[in-house]
Design a protein around this ligand. Structure first.
Ligand code: GLV
Length: 325
């Protein structure tokens, strides 16, 4: 029997072609809405492989009914929507798509930083509204990015790619991470590790690059926001729940920080009206890795790893490699 792969929602066609070329039968739910948990539960029972996205919750209860499932391939680097421990307990391999999206996500981080610091969306709204009468000495003045201090929270692939870009802006780079980066990386990126509290106190821009886990949920809350300079900006291209959104709204409303550039939110796609009412917030719909080239490659990488597991080969990007031993 050829292996059967359930594709939970619309993907770039490369993914389907790769699965079919590997001899898989593809059960393709070609919709942007995805499935209800009940629909997903019914269809996953017949699947040997699952190609899913960060909008598909994959809890232990779903896996309990997926007796044939050997592999879950997530088309994203983050995999907080999947119960990895439950998958490992059932010897299901989970794969993700790191590396390919690092540079695009770092590009977007800089774009958000520049957008909020230089008030770009606000300026564009002003122009489109027909409000522009003349050049004025203090019209829509913002803040400098060049030469400022950037605090990077989480210094993995994306955090380091952001640091690399910051050098071009002659920024001072601090980072907070569980483990220090190798000395050659610190030297190359001219980055210095400091405790999180010190990073928050000293940075003009704080940019978040940690994965979401129980340890990082609400890592930035009331106390952390209170430590930031009132002139500082918070940038989040990681995961919404890393920031306590209610605390962020309160801090912005009280002027405890200068603004925020947000690509992710606690309850996507819901974005609190209070955030949208603030002119010093730039809000994007989770588009960190959204270039055609990167998203196409993410689909292909995930499909290749899914097919690899189902044809007895080692996948390139296992999240729980212990299952392969
Ligand atoms: C996007 O947020 C990803 O995790 O790839």
């Amino acid at each position: 029997m050829p292996p059967r792969v359930l594709v939970t929602r619309h993907v770039y066609p490369a993914a389907i072609a790769i699965l079919q070329e590997a001899g898989c039968v593809v059960d393709y739910h070609d919709s942007r809405d995805g499935m209800t948990p009940e629909q997903l539960g019914r269809r996953v029972r017949h699947a040997d492989g699952l190609l899913c996205q960060l909008t598909d919750p994959i809890p232990a209860e779903l896996l309990a009914g997926a007796d044939k499932l050997q592999v879950i391939s997530q088309i994203a680097v983050g995999h907080d929507n999947i119960d990895i421990a439950a998958a490992s307990a059932r010897r299901i391999v989970v794969t993700n798509t790191p590396d390919v999206l690092t540079e695009a996500t770092a590009d977007l981080t800089l774009a958000l930083m520049l957008a909020v610091a230089r008030r770009l969306p606000e300026a564009e709204r002003f122009l489109r509204a027909g409000s522009w009468q003349r050049w004025e000495i203090d019209l829509l003045c913002g803040n400098d990015v060049h030469g400022a201090t950037l605090g990077i929270v989480g210094f993995g692939r994306i955090g380091r790619a952001v640091a690399r870009r910051a050098r071009g802006f002659r920024m001072r780079v601090l980072y907070a991470a569980r483990n220090p980066a190798p000395p050659e990386v610190e030297r190359e990126l001219e980055a210095r590790q400091v405790p999180l509290d010190m990073l928050l106190q000293r940075s003009d821009y704080v940019s978040l690059h940690v994965p979401l886990s129980p340890a990082t949920e609400h890592l930035i809350g009331v106390a952390q926001l209170a430590r930031m300079k009132p002139t500082a900006f918070l940038i989040n291209t990681a995961r919404g729940p890393v920031v306590d959104e209610r605390a962020l709204i309160a801090a912005l409303e009280e002027g405890l920080l200068a603004g925020a550039g947000l690509d992710v939110f606690e309850r996507e796609p819901a974005v609190p009206a209070e955030l949208l009412a603030l002119p010093n917030v730039v809000a994007l719909p989770h588009v960190g890795s959204a270039t055609v080239a990167v998203r196409t490659r993410m689909c292909a990488i995930a499909a290749r790893d899914c097919a690899a597991v189902l044809t007895g080969e080692r996948p390139e990007h296992p999240v729980n490699p212990e299952v392969l031993e």
